[in-house]
Design a binder for this molecule. Structure first.
Ligand code: FAD
Ligand code: NAP
Length: 314
């Protein structure tokens, strides 16, 4: 039998939502346990400069998350390196099973599991993942010094990845299925002015092509969505940046969801469809998906949990 730990508030996730909930729940003397998951610090650890975190004109994503972790810890949050593999919300107190073998018994749960990168779903993408195909420029950009790279997508992530990759690549082709970017105007301007970046409008990636021995990417086959014409582009690296899907695996069959998988909350609160379970950040938010909005919701979730527990006691 593994260890069993009881907590008033279990926070699942260590992105801006989770750590902010940790700060607030600790200051409310709820002695929370925060389980970090497979990606301590969350999505911002996969980027470089963050320019829209209030109070910092520019901060490196990983540095910001180290500071948030230290802040939560300093307030008394018990930060645990573990992954929740199962969550039973059928009765209170709730039971969460950790990959470590620890069972967490919680009077309230704050879900802050965020979102994960989406993939195109092509067999060739799968084949070359880790061998030239990536969803993280900051993690893998360094490997493509002086090489040609393609980036797929038209949102903030794709544009930021393309700009970042110019630090290494000789040329970056941004493949987008429309001729209009979804990214913020300031990022669009930087992209369109950049001498190393060439946008390829109205195209989709059909296949990643490369060598088998050793496994490595040599290019991509793209389709013009207006003419159906197929062409090839030489590239050593392929970065997929087509958005993120909410990490709802623990609760998708239990909680009410909206917009294709985001956890529903009562408007103006973080209350989910199960009393005592709160959701914050990208897991619940299909619209804003920002660090600052996630942090704001983390604060709300801790305050909502505090009120819920006080009502149970009273
Ligand atoms: P996430 O940051 O997604 O963190 C989720 C956490 O949940 C992780 O710690 C993970 O380990 C944990 N977790 C998941 N499943 C489990 C489990 N089963 N058990 C335990 N833990 C689990 N936003 C901005 O405001 N400014 C930017 O400049 C910016 N740049 C970005 C650049 C990139 C490349 C990306 C991908 C996103 C960027 N964003 C930016 C968006 C921002 O990162 C997200 O909105 C924010 O991180 C969401 O925070 P979150 O706390 O909801 O979840
Ligand atoms: P996103 O905004 O959802 O954009 C996804 C892009 O990929 C869109 O351009 C979309 O095309 C394209 N796409 C989706 N599926 C595709 C497919 N199957 N084939 C080809 N193209 C496909 O996702 P994101 O860029 O990852 O951003 C996610 C959230 O994080 C956003 O809220 C964003 O603001 C935030 N974020 C913020 C910053 C920042 O503030 N600096 C940085 C990064 C991310 P269409 O446009 O045609 O739909």
């Amino acid at each position: 039998m593994g260890e069993t730990r009881h907590t008033k508030v279990l926070i699942i996730g260590s992105g801006p939502a989770g750590y902010t909930a940790g700060v607030y729940a600790s200051r409310a003397m709820l002695e929370p346990i925060l389980v970090q998951g497979i990606e301590p610090g969350g999505q911002l650890t996969t980027t470089t400069e963050v320019e829209n975190w209030p109070g910092d004109t520019e901060v490196q994503g990983p540095d910001l998350m180290v500071r948030m972790e230290a802040h939560a810890k300093a307030m008394g949050c018990d930060i645990v390196s573990d992954i929740i593999t199962d969550l039973d919300l059928s009765s209170r107190p709730f039971t969460a099973t950790g990959d470590s073998g620890v069972t967490y018994i919680a009077d309230a749960v704050i879900l802050a599991t965020g979102a994960r990168a989406k993939w195109l779903g092509l067999p060739s993408e799968e084949k070359f993942k880790g061998f030239g195909v990536s969803a993280c420029a900051t993690c893998d950009g360094f490997f493509y010094r002086g090489q040609e790279i393609v980036v797929v997508g038209g949102g903030n992530t794709a544009v930021e990845e393309a700009l970042f990759l110019t630090n290494f690549a000789s040329k970056v082709t941004l493949i987008h299925r429309r001729d209009e970017l979804r990214a913020e105007k300031i990022l669009q301007d930087r992209l369109l002015k950049h001498p190393k970046i060439e946008p390829l409008w109205f195209h989709t990636l059909e296949e990643v092509i490369g060598a088998d021995n050793p496994l490595g990417v040599e290019g991509v086959r793209v389709r013009n969505v207006q003419t159906d014409e197929i062409t090839e582009i030489a590239a050593k690296g392929v970065f997929i940046a087509i958005g993120h899907a909410p990490a709802n695996e623990l609760v998708k069959d239990v909680l009410e969801l909206h917009n294709g998988g985001y956890v529903s909350v009562k408007p103006g609160t973080t209350e989910t469809s199960v009393p005592g379970v709160f959701a914050a950040g990208d897991l619940t938010d299909h619209k804003y998906r920002q660090a600052v909005t996630s942090a704001g919701m983390g604060c709300m979730a801790a305050l909502d949990a505090e009120r819920f527990l006080a009502e149970q006691d009273g």
